[in-house]
Design a binder for this molecule. Structure first.
Ligand code: 3BY
Ligand code: FES
Ligand code: FE
Length: 417
């Protein structure tokens, strides 16, 4: 008789073949989803938002990560705090999801009241021996890197975030993202596992067939291949691409703008890659005609020809251009549903309808995000089909997916799965 017992997670991890997508269960199973949340969203650093989500003292926004709810706020001293959204009395949620303005955090249940530092300042009927100092809100570890907020929910955050800080601090400084303005935000729920969302973002193999709007300005990229493995046509395209990048990177760096690729994608907890990418056509921005959408450039930028500072993280992708930035974070909702939150950033003083047209600013990535949601749903539906078998990644266009899948397996195994 056939053994109908499901394989253990460790058995699924062990059968994954290098160069191939993951075994189905790693994308679809509820127990794997729980393990993923534990390893990747509680023990690793994750992107949750931006300094400019909460520009003024008292601004607060709630971000839910699985069962954890976090309050990102700016306190009265203009400092960022990330607090657990759990009352220290009997645990009630203090704030609901989304943005709000607060002077104090008052629990709706029995009115325990917290300062924006997290300190408990009011707790009626608790007796004269009650020590308010021991009942402040729990703080989450966070880092602001160039205005991007990363949180780690573990008591032992991975130290290798240092390389991300070192690399991105200087690269992001000219864009002054801390002080940018969120001009627009979309929340798209993809009907697929978060790893399919990330895999979809780590390749542009699908771009020419699916992203006509993005392809006006985006140059296909994958720098990880072994030239010896390529067919003569792919080799020719790769050589041309490399020559182009080499020349542009040299000029940008000579002008003082760090541009060369820097990556930490394997043998690490904190996974990232950054490179200054070429914008094609008019060369300025990811818009329908590749010209800038905002007349006011971001931060201290003085040029529109500095390409696209691209940053991938474990649960994020970002594009920083002269006139605007597009930042996206990914939050798994279940094994088969994933929130993709995208924000469009402009200079804080840029005025809609005067300095930028909101339609031109957002149309390319709204279209791209919708197209990607459709692709991820198709991929997830196919992976659920008993006919699915892990397929081979392209050694030309999908080397980053192989790195992602291998990193995923390593990290799960490092945490005892
Ligand atoms: O990293 C990104 O956002 C791009 C856009 C299209 C596919 N991906 C490589
Ligand atoms: Fe918050 Fe009681 S649970 S005051
Ligand atoms: Fe895409």
């Amino acid at each position: 008789m056939l053994n109908k017992l499901p394989s253990s997670i460790s058995a699924l991890l062990a059968i994954r073949a290098d160069g191939h997508s993951l075994p189905a269960g790693l994308y679809t199973r509820e127990d794997v989803f729980e393990a993923d949340m534990d390893v990747f969203f509680h023990k690793h650093w994750i992107a949750i938002g931006l300094e400019c989500d909460v520009p003024e003292p008292g601004d607060a926004t709630v971000v839910d990560i699985g069962k954890t709810s976090l309050i990102l706020l700016r306190n009265d001293d203009a400092q960022i705090r990330v607090l657990h959204n759990v009352c220290r009395h009997r645990g009630a949620r203090l704030l609901g999801e989304g943005k709000t303005i607060v002077s104090k955090l008052v629990c709706p249940y029995h009115t325990w009241t917290y300062e924006l530092t997290g300190e408990l300042s009011y707790a009626p009927h608790m007796g004269k021996d009650f020590d308010k100092d021991c009942h402040g809100l729990k703080l989450a570890s966070f880092k602001s890197i160039g205005g991007l907020i990363y949180v780690c929910l573990s008591d032992e955050p991975p130290e290798d975030i240092a390389r991300l800080e070192e690399a991105m601090g200087p690269r992001l400084a000219p864009y002054d993202i801390d002080n940018a303005k969120v001009a627009y935000q979309t929340d798209v729920v993809e009907e697929g596992n978060w790893k399919l969302t990330i895999e979809n973002n780590r390749e542009c193999y699908h771009c020419s067939a699916n992203h006509p709007e993005l392809c006006v300005s985006f140059v296909d990229l994958d720098f990880g291949f072994d030239p010896e493995m390529l067919s003569p046509e792919d080799r020719e395209q790769a050589d041309e691409h490399f020559r182009l990048y080499e020349a542009r990177t040299r000029t940008w760096e000579a002008d003082g703008y760090p541009s060369a690729a820097i990556e930490q994608l394997v043998d690490c907890a904190t996974n990232f890659r950054s490179q200054r990418l070429i914008i094609s056509g008019a060369g300025e921005s990811q818009t329908h005609d590749a010209t800038a959408a905002s007349k006011k450039l971001l931060g201290h930028m003085t040029r529109k020809d500095l390409g696209d500072t691209h940053l991938w993280g474990q649960n994020s992708w970002n594009h920083f251009m002269g006139d605007h930035a597009v930042v996206t974070i990914v939050i798994p909702l279940s094994a088969s549903r994933t929130l993709v939150r995208t924000k469009w950033l402009v200079h804080k003083d840029a005025v809609e309808g005067v300095d930028y047209d909101l339609g031109k600013l957002t149309e390319v990535w709204i279209a791209t995000t919708d197209q990607d949601a459709d692709l991820v749903a198709r991929a997830h539906a196919g992976v659920l089909d008993p006919a699915y078998r892990p397929g081979p990644y392209s050694r030309f266009s999908e080397t980053n997916l192989n790195k992602f899948a291998s990193w995923y397996i390593d990290r799960m195994q490092a945490h005892g799965y």
